[in-house]
Design a protein around this ligand. Structure first.
Ligand SMILES: *Cc1c(COP(=O)(O)O)cnc(C)c1O
Length: 397
């Protein structure tokens, strides 16, 4: 063989056996087949075998298998982002002429997706009070194909009675999907609580290092999995082996990272409740949080994300206090090693279950730093707020 041919032709490789503890990264677009018949039967291999890089590699299948085990699922499908998992699940479960119900506390990108994208396909959407529980029955219609839950809710942390909602939805023939990103399958098992589609933004805790985007949807039913996989093929969605390997690496330390973040968050949330300017702290593990009893019943532990509702007088000095934090960069996607802070520009949008709180809302994602250091940093910021507290607020307090 001449040099150009040698450049592209496989060698014999090393002959000694090789076994690493790490899952190998096996990249592919093309996958080759030993026979013409195997090539011609490749379409069936998209579900559980290998036919083309877009539909799965040994690396992505290993990730899906490990996630399915944790979810108590028959199959898990890895997708390019948490949002693509939400979109795909919705499109696979609802047809034109049908409608989807979302809790009022749903992840915010869902609203424009429903209003501008689903509506264009003839799929309706409505919002419901996340605290309805079994009373969701009164919201369901014959056209309701899918009910989403997100527990705890985005920014405001209401914990939903998922089993009661699932029972009500199933009684009317609707399916149930859960956005389980806050809890991950380590803290809450959606499929064991009546949910049909368990969705997680792996970009957050599971990948865990703020450097990769991925999402997953897990189901207990192989037919649902095949339907999701067909839809992912029609939309051209898949994940790379490199990124799957990063998520696998994150998964190996997920349990210890969650334990650490949750313990620090529990301590800091309780402490923050007594700080100047704080009207309320929202964190499922705190007794005053909406749905705390359900949290204790259904979840095996907490996570590192909590929100602080601030009194209105903090508004003029809030940005300065937040920007003075040394250990909390300002940012949205959470669940990494470093703590983060996000400040809402207004009260979170609620269209059916209005929030009585009108002041600023600040969300903290607690990372792996020492909690003493985090508390000292936050204490300095609260002192800045307190120093700017107007006399009128002092008299009222
Ligand atoms: C981040 C997030 C998503 C979207 O996940 P991406 O991977 O960023 O697309 C969905 N739901 C919740 C609750 C999230 O926090």
């Amino acid at each position: 063989m001449r040099d150009p041919t040698l450049c592209v032709t496989p060698g014999d490789g090393a002959t000694a056996p090789f076994e690493s503890l790490a899952v190998p990264v096996q990249r592919a677009s093309t996958i080759v087949f030993p026979t013409v018949a195997a090539y011609q039967g490749r379409r069936e291999a998209i579900y559980d075998g290998y036919s083309y890089g877009l539909y799965g590699t040994p690396t992505s299948r290993e990730l899906e298998t490990r996630l399915a085990r944790l979810e108590g699922a028959e199959r898990t499908l890895a997708l390019p982002s948490g949002f693509s998992a939400i979109a795909l699940t919705t499109l696979a479960a609802a047809a034109p002429g049908q409608e989807v119900l979302f809790p009022d506390t749903i992840y915010d990108t869902v609203r424009p997706f429903a209003d501008r994208f689903l509506a264009g396909l003839g799929i309706g959407s409505r919002y419901y009070d996340p605290m309805l529980g079994a009373a969701l029955a009164g919201e369901l219609a014959d056209e309701t194909a899918l009910v989403w839950v997100e527990s705890p809710g985005s920014m405001t942390m209401e914990v939903q009675d998922v089993p009661a909602i699932a029972t009500a939805a199933h009684a009317r023939g609707a399916k149930v999907a859960a956005d389980n990103t806050w809890a991950t399958s380590l803290r809450f098992k959606p499929l064991a609580h009546g949910v049909d589609f368990s969705v997680c933004a792996l970009s957050k805790y599971v990948a865990g290092h703020s450097d990769v985007m991925m999402g997953s949807v897990s189901v207990a039913d192989v037919d649902l999995y095949r339907r999701l996989k067909d839809h992912s093929r029609f939309l051209g969605l898949g994940v790379s082996a490199d990124e799957a390997s990063l998520v696998l690496r994150g998964l190996e330390t997920l349990a210890v990272r969650m334990d650490r973040a949750a313990a620090s968050a529990e301590r800091l949330a309780a402490w923050a409740a007594g700080q100047p300017g704080v009207a309320e702290v929202r964190f499922p593990a705190i007794a005053s949080n909406p749905g705390h009893a359900v949290f204790k019943r259904d979840f095996s532990g907490g996570a590192g994300l909590f929100s602080v509702f601030l009194e209105d007088w903090t508004r003029p000095v809030l940005a300065e206090a937040i920007e003075s934090l040394k250990l909390f960069p300002i940012g949205a996607s959470w669940g990494g090693t470093r703590s983060l802070v996000a400040v809402l520009d207004g009260p979170p949008l609620r269209t059916v279950a209005p929030l009585s709180h009108r002041g600023p809302v600040v969300r903290f994602s607690i990372g792996l730093e020492d909690p003493e250091d985090l508390q000292a940093d936050l204490a300095a910021a609260f002192a800045r707020l307190a120093a700017a507290r107007p006399r009128t607020a002092e008299r009222r307090a």
